[in-house]
Design a protein around this ligand. Structure first.
Ligand code: GTP
Ligand code: MG
Length: 368
């Protein structure tokens, strides 16, 4: 239910008072986490209720084989970068907020059509709707990969970006712990599997705080109490990301800076210069690789036709390729012949379960 502005403001004040009263010691950790979660939730609802945000919706249609979002502070060089790696001619300038809309472009790499979103710059408090931040973030959430564009001379921007995303319960390059909750009518909370690293009583308290009092719970994988609250309340988001450390033409120490950033935040960092076109081919390759896709080619029926490229996920089989080519072909498929990296020799005959590799050329062989 949408609450009005006054109710929400009152609720935030009450929660803040409760927060101030509860000392953040080991014993009250979970309780404090729950209050923090409720404050964050109420603040976001307040932004919506206050109608501070215009054009929050995100209507850029997804297209192509995968989608990449360029995220960074104003003037980091997002538009300069997209203009080099994709087919756009977006405006670039020294002043902030040159880009005010989400502008999609297409980057073609190994025959994959990768949609790239150039976006307005994010600023602090973007998660509360400042500077159109919610629109940018909602587009970023729907992307298969985020490329953080960071000005090498403004490194502190990266930590600020992480804070913004954190406030929105967006986890970067983290594996989501698998959690199963089966609600019951009675019986209290029964923890069946607990690989979380959290004591059982914390799990019970978190569930209770979120209104779940009877359930069988299993948690496979390490997690914190904040993350558990975020997952159970359905707000946690997991995104893959890399960093394009831009403007390296202005900083001789760029390799050292890249290494430090990469180590500190456990993220792949590619030093580039968008305007000087340094490493812009490398960033194209790293985007493709980090999307986890491969390009295979279907052999034409006649020698005059061209090889038909097909984009699949890494680890895909001959069967997956057949299904993507035509859902019904799989019933008639006997085997395939492969020439390329996954074959031991040209035209090797393989079964439906054979794992493909990028660059394979496939001929489907049907049952007569
Ligand atoms: N020296 C140098 N300048 C760069 C590089 N990349 C971008 N710039 C300059 O930085 C300024 C900002 O670049 P934009 O591409 O407009 O930045 P943006 O991130 O799109 O900025 P907003 O749209 O305002 O968010 C421009 O003056 C660019 O010419 C680079 O690699 N080296
Ligand atoms: Mg721009």
């Amino acid at each position: 239910m949408v609450q009005d502005k006054a109710t929400l403001e009152k609720k935030i004040e009450e929660l803040k008072e409760e927060y101030a009263k509860t000392k953040d010691n080991k014993k009250t950790n979970v309780h404090v986490g729950l209050i923090r979660f409720k404050i964050a939730q109420a603040k976001r609802d307040l932004v919506v209720a206050s109608k501070k945000i215009k054009g929050e919706g995100f209507f850029v249609k997804k297209s192509g084989d995968a989608t990449v979002a360029l995220v960074g502070f104003p003037s980091a060089g997002k538009s300069s970068l997209i203009n080099v790696i994709a087919n756009t001619k977006n405006k670039t300038a020294q002043y902030a907020f040159t880009t005010t809309q989400i502008i999609p472009g297409t980057m073609i790499y190994k025959d994959a059509h990768i949609q790239v979103f150039d976006m307005p710059g994010l600023i602090e408090d973007a998660h509360l709707g400042k500077g159109g931040g919610r629109m940018v973030i909602s587009a970023a959430k729907s992307a298969d990969l985020i490329v953080f564009v960071i000005d090498i001379n403004q490194l502190q921007q990266f930590e600020k970006l992480m804070k913004e995303l954190n406030a929105l319960e967006i986890n970067i390059n983290k594996k989501k712990p698998y959690i199963q909750i089966t609600e019951q009518v009675t019986g209290g909370i029964k923890v069946e599997v607990n690989k979380s690293g959290l004591p059982e009583e914390d799990i019970t308290e978190i569930l209770g705080g979120l209104g779940i009092h009877n359930a069988i719970v299993s948690i496979w994988g390490k997690t914190s109490d904040d993350e558990l609250i975020s997952i159970i309340s359905g707000r946690a988001i997991y995104l893959r990301a890399i960093v394009a450390l831009n403007k390296i033409d202005t900083n001789a120490d760029y390799q050292k800076v890249a290494n430090v950033l990469s180590r500190e935040f456990n993220i792949e960092v590619i030093p580039i210069s968008a305007t000087k076109k340094i490493n812009t081919d490398v960033i194209r390759e790293r985007i493709y690789e980090n999307l986890g896709i491969i390009t295979v080619y279907l052999k034409p029926r006649t020698s005059e036709e061209q090889l038909k490229p097909m984009i699949l996920g890494r680890g895909a089989t001959v069967g997956d390729a057949a299904k993507k080519f035509h859902t019904r072909i799989i019933d008639d498929l006997k085997c395939a012949t492969i020439t390329g990296p996954s074959a031991h020799f040209p035209n090797e005959r393989v079964g439906v379960a054979h794992n493909l590799q990028g660059g394979d050329v496939i001929t489907f062989i049907k049952n007569k």
